[in-house]
Design a protein around this ligand. Structure first.
Ligand SMILES: C[S@@+](CC[C@H](N)C(=O)[O-])C[C@H]1O[C@@H](n2cnc3c(N)ncnc32)[C@H](O)[C@@H]1O
Length: 278
């Protein structure tokens, strides 16, 4: 999306969505846990390498807006302990319970009383910073970070496909859903260009992609985990919105004879900053 498209989308988006209540439905959280994209090892490594530039310790990471933990899990092998925090009880209920150095808590990104000041090596947030009170969250991140610790804010934009007809169907689907997004979600469309980490030493990485080969059931699950689909479906209970798009994709797959699988691709973007040492 270019700047004009983003401005146009923003005009159509909602200013009344409660951003703390977009992921409070258990079916949606289960679909999130089962079907949302997994971040690549490359991404976790790029963030960890960045952390090590100013601070050799990898003791504690805190993941804000962790959802069911896909942004949290990848850090478990690098850090002694990772705390995932999310405002939604259903998201936290769907997070993994079998990884000993992961702890999940229901809470707000800008209120972390259970984390001591100056003890954290990395504060991160995946696909969630657009939903948070940003100034207050940065202030709380600054409180808990060690000098030389890092912030990493990452996310992915709207999905597309290598098969053009399928890409067009997906694009059209998201276009229909635009009025259901909160206005702040344009920050995902602009790849967090408008987010400024309040430290002098910052960088970004726009080189990574997420690419998956999926079947139609996975596509349906992924879409049912998104807020706009949940909101659209509540307003249009008689429509099978995702089912209708899925049927059209199935028709394309049958017509082209490419088999039951198709690609879904996302651009990944990471914004990183080091807290000054002094
Ligand atoms: C799109 S999900 C991202 C989940 C996961 N981090 C990922 O990368 O897939 C956004 C999450 O942010 C959470 N959230 C929204 N506002 C929040 C806040 N102020 N504090 C903590 N979590 C918040 C939502 O409940 C939701 O689970």
């Amino acid at each position: 999306m270019n700047a004009a498209h983003i401005a146009q989308a923003r005009e159509m988006m909602s200013s009344t969505v409660d951003k703390t209540k977009m992921y409070v439905d258990m079916d949606q959280s289960k679909a999130y846990a089962d079907y949302r994209p997994r971040y690549s090892e490359e991404m976790f490594k790029a963030i960890v390498d960045y952390c090590k530039k100013t601070n050799p310790d990898l003791n504690l990471a805190v993941d804000l807006g962790c959802g069911p933990g896909m942004s949290t899990m990848g850090f478990a092998k690098y850090f002694k302990k990772v705390i995932g925090v999310d405002v939604s009880e259903t998201q936290i209920a769907c997070a993994p319970k079998d990884i000993p150095n992961l702890e999940f808590r229901v809470g707000y990104s800008d209120k972390l009383p259970f984390v001591k000041s100056g003890t954290v090596d990395l504060v991160c947030s995946g696909e969630a910073f657009n939903l948070m009170p940003q100034k207050e969250t940065f202030a709380e991140a600054d409180r808990i970070l060690k000098p030389g610790g890092s912030i990493a804010i990452f996310g992915y934009d709207l999905p597309t496909s290598e098969q053009p007809e399928i890409a067009a169907l997906i694009q059209n689907m998201f276009f229909t859903m635009i009025p259901y997004w909160p206005k702040e979600s344009t920050q995902l469309f602009d790849k967090f260009q408008s987010v400024k980490i309040p430290y002098p030493d910052v960088t970004r990485n726009d080189d990574l992609k997420l690419k998956m080969t999926i079947k139609i059931e996975q596509f349906k699950g992924m879409m049912k985990s998104t807020w706009p689909v949940v909101a659209y479906s509540k307003e249009h209970p008689d429509e099978d919105f995702v089912g209708d798009v899925a049927k059209k994709i199935t028709d394309v797959l049958e017509k082209t004879g490419t088999g039951p699988e198709f690609t879904i691709c996302y651009n990944l973007f990471i914004l990183m900053g080091h807290k000054p040492k002094h």
